[in-house]
Design a protein around this ligand. Structure first.
Ligand SMILES: *Cc1c(COP(=O)(O)O)cnc(C)c1O
Length: 371
């Protein structure tokens, strides 16, 4: 079965092998060397001044960023499940919240952020997804962050990059916390979260409402290549193996280029068989399509064509399908996915199969990718 959900994503063979070695103790020079290498790789990937690794899923990193950086009032962008989650975290820890709510296909606008900051000048933190995975939507986070910092340089910008880090290069000039998770673009099993931090963020971390996720103590430990609590040793070994695998496959630039090529090829292939992407500004991490029969398509893909793609959540349950584009993906696997969707449409009597999706995917992918 081909796993084409936008998280978890398949773990490359070499990485699974690297993680199958005997467990080592985390308080050893041997592990410190592994940690140092992972830290170096992460700083290079994120381009931030500082970074921490946490033994948690991505949501833990969202909670850590909020409780270490927010002071009193948090503005959060809710254009999907993950944006909504920032609001729930802020509520749970007793922050005042301001919600900017959008339809799941609609990106946040710089103007709306400007207005919110004008109306509520005591907002001290902004939380937003770079790629909101609920609808496959890309928010203009870099522009929003830039404008917010111009208005008030003391606003912390928390950017959830769980389906953006490793997908495309991100301009972190105005981002204070850049969140990543292991099981999406980084092609690892779930359980490791990462936060890239600006110098400003490092200095801003105060006495937050947290214990396990106290980033000040993590930073001081991790600068010495150890962790406050038991490190996720196996996943950190896996992270180094991921960096090696990416290098072996041509490096980050090639991965970014191939991901963008895959996104374009999927979009055009889907258009060639009558589908439009759901979001107004699609993220490169996935292709999300609105269709009344999305569940029937997904069921056929699973039962007949050996492909697992994701559906929609909440009000889009049964009405959306989402195809992963993150990570190192073989072109012949990605081409098969759109071909399988075209075959499913024929099975359902909706459209006669003529091989358009596969042809269009390949034409575009091999023109745009670095192959
Ligand atoms: C998957 C995802 C998360 C949550 O990650 P967990 O690892 O399930 O906690 C948060 N934000 C975005 C954008 C995601 O795609």
């Amino acid at each position: 079965m081909l796993l084409f959900t936008p998280g978890p994503t398949p773990v490359p063979e070499s990485v699974r092998m690297a993680m199958s070695t005997p467990t080592i103790h985390h308080r050893t020079p041997e592990f410190e060397a592994i940690f140092a290498k992972a830290r170096e790789g992460l700083l290079k990937l994120m381009q931030t001044d500082e970074c921490v690794m946490l033994a948690s899923t991505g949501t833990g990193a969202m909670e850590a960023a909020v409780t270490n950086l927010a002071k009193k009032k948090v503005l959060f962008v809710n254009a999907g499940k993950f944006g909504e989650r920032f609001g729930k975290i802020a509520d749970a820890f007793g922050y005042e919240t301001v919600e900017l709510k959008y339809a799941w296909n609609t990106p946040a606008s710089v103007e709306d952020i400007e207005e919110a900051l004008k109306n509520e000048p005591d907002i001290d933190t902004i939380c937003i997804q770079i790629s909101e995975s609920a609808g496959g939507l890309r928010h203009p986070v870099e522009e929003i962050a830039k404008r917010a910092k111009e208005i008030n340089s003391d606003i912390a910008i928390i950017a959830d990059g769980i389906t953006a880090v490793g997908v495309e290069p991100i301009d972190v000039s105005n981002i204070d916390a850049l969140i990543a998770g292991s099981q999406k673009a980084l092609m690892l099993p779930p359980g490791l979260a990462m936060i890239g931090l600006s110098e400003y963020a490092v200095n801003r971390i105060g006495k937050g409402r947290n214990y396990y996720f106290n980033l000040a103590s993590e930073i001081s430990k991790q600068r010495k290549n150890t962790t406050a609590y038991t490190a996720a040793t196996t996943l950190i070994i896996g992270l180094n193996a991921i960096f090696e695998e990416i290098d072996k496959c041509g490096g980050m630039e090639k991965l970014y280029r191939d991901t963008a090529a895959r996104a374009k090829a999927n979009m055009e292939a889907l258009a060639s068989i009558g589908f439009d992407l759901y979001p107004q500004t699609p993220a490169l991490s996935m292709s999300a399509v609105y269709d009344e029969e999305a569940d029937s398509i997904r069921k056929l893909l699973k039962s007949k064509y050996g492909v697992n793609i994701a559906g929609g959540q909440d009000h889009l349950k049964g009405k959306l399908f989402r195809i992963n584009q993150m990570g190192l993906i073989e072109a012949y696997e990605a081409a098969w996915v759109v071909n399988a969707i075209e075959l499913a449409l024929d099975d359902m009597g909706r459209r006669e199969y003529n091989g358009n999706a596969n042809r269009v995917f390949n034409e575009i992918y091999f023109k745009e990718s670095s192959v």
